[in-house]
Design a protein around this ligand. Structure first.
Ligand SMILES: Nc1ccn([C@@H]2O[C@H](COP(=O)(O)OP(=O)(O)OP(=O)(O)O)[C@@H](O)[C@H]2O)c(=O)n1
Ligand SMILES: C[C@](O)(CO)[C@H](O)COP(=O)(O)O
Length: 395
């Protein structure tokens, strides 16, 4: 007897809100957390989950550029436009999935970056027995109802907390059932979550115990908490790189993306930017991803004369693919001439631009070897670099 087919599950991420309670210029889902957009965190988790067949995001079309930057490089479905309320955004998102016709849909707030694979698994598992699966955490504090007298708040009553839970997301449902429930609810009172919409339609919604860390970023204090949690979950790694290029007759030396006019140039297969090569190797070293020669073999004609920012940007992308970010880079250029000092600031600015880092996270230094050795004799230029990278801790 063959086993039943695996249900197709799509994650529907609602990201069309304005984040008014956060009070920032950008909607909170596009603010940076741990080096990437808040939205990107949950997209990465759903996208790499083996039981999630697709990810659709509901956005405000006015934020399309912000969305494109946040979701760059991810192979997910085209985003769709949301509405004026969360409920309307979910309904529009569900409507956009009719053709894809998943068995299950997991509706998730973009503003909950700490959703984990295990909670996703337990939500999906629950849907094999129930029409809905709601991730919750139990209420642990004593609950009070406040009453106002003469402009001040007083404790009015103590509410029995037994059996009370706080609703999180994802909220998972059998697709056809929640689509019908949302359509039916569209003319009634606004509801703040999908479980309420499902309850109104008479669907059974089972509770799935979630995790306190899966909180929703709502106020500035939540963002500060998220940043603390994020840094606890990261580990720091350091890599070093070293490179040398020969000086030959020419009209300028390219180092760290800056051309210094000079009667010589650096010889190499690419543009021979010795500083960027050392830095690229340092970043690759920090994430255990081999060296520059493995990624861009000198034997490959496509890299002849290539600008080295491509190598650096590739190394940075690999860091991002691992959920990490570059924290700091330190480069030392070793040569007698041309003088590097007057160009250090421009070099740091160029590297900061390529890596999307604040310029104070980049250090460019220079030294001579007191006329000793090949650098001292002006036969070539060497560079060494150190890169510090934050990566999600693996154990
Ligand atoms: N019209 C809306 C409103 C909210 N959301 C999404 O629903 C989730 C939870 O909503 P909430 O925390 O209330 O987000 P905002 O509406 O953005 O925040 P605020 O209420 O502070 O404006 C968020 O991921 C938000 O982007 C949405 O897609 N469309
Ligand atoms: C769906 C939700 O995140 C569950 O806690 C919540 O209801 C979102 O809406 P709110 O307007 O921020 O309460």
């Amino acid at each position: 007897m063959s086993s039943p087919p695996t249900p197709r599950t799509i994650a529907l991420v609602v990201a069309a809100g304005s984040g008014s309670r956060m009070g920032q210029d950008l909607p909170k889902q596009y603010l940076t957390l741990g080096g990437k957009a808040v939205l990107r965190h949950c997209l990465d988790t759903f996208h790499r989950h083996p039981r999630i067949a697709g990810v659709r995001v509901v956005i405000n079309p006015a934020c399309r550029d912000l969305y494109d930057a946040a979701a760059a490089g991810l192979d997910i479905m085209t985003p769709v436009a949301g509405g004026r309320s969360r409920q309307e955004s979910v309904r529009l998102g569900l409507g956009s999935l009719v053709e894809a016709a998943p068995d299950y849909v997991l509706i998730h707030d973009a503003a909950r970056p700490f959703i984990d694979a295990d909670t996703i698994d337990r939500t999906i598992d629950t849907l094999s027995h129930h029409a809905g699966a709601l991730v919750v955490v139990p209420v642990v504090d004593t609950l009070k109802r406040g009453t106002e007298r003469q402009g001040a708040l007083f404790s009015g009553a103590t509410i029995d907390r037994a059996g009370l839970f706080r609703a999180q997301t994802p909220q998972g449902f059998r697709f056809g059932a929640i689509l019908a429930a949302h359509k039916a609810a569209s003319t009634g009172l606004e509801m703040t979550d999908d479980a309420a919409v499902a309850e109104a339609a008479g669907l059974d919604v089972a509770l799935v115990t979630g995790h306190e860390d899966n909180f929703k970023i709502t106020n500035p204090a939540d963002l500060a908490r998220a940043e603390r949690l994020m840094s606890e979950q990261m580990e720091f790694r350091t890599g070093n790189g070293f490179d040398v290029h020969r000086l030959i007759p020419g009209d300028g030396v390219i180092m760290c993306g800056v051309t210094i006019p000079w009667h010589q140039k650096l010889e190499g297969h690419s543009d021979a930017d010795v500083g960027m090569h050392a830095l690229t190797d340092a970043i690759l070293g920090a994430i255990g991803a081999g060296d520059i020669g493995q990624h861009f073999p000198p034997s490959d004609p496509q890299w002849r004369g290539a600008p080295s920012w491509k190598f650096l940007a590739h190394a940075q992308k690999l860091v991002g693919d691992k959920g990490g970010r570059i924290v700091h880079c330190d480069i030392t250029i070793i040569c007698e001439k041309p003088k590097v000092g007057p160009h250090r600031a421009a070099m740091a600015a160029k590297l900061a631009e390529i890596l999307g880092l604040a310029v104070d996270r980049i250090s460019v230094k220079a030294t001579t070897t007191e006329q000793l050795g090949f650098t001292g004799r002006g036969e070539g230029i060497a560079a060494q670099a150190t890169a510090t990278v934050a990566l999600p801790a693996t154990n």
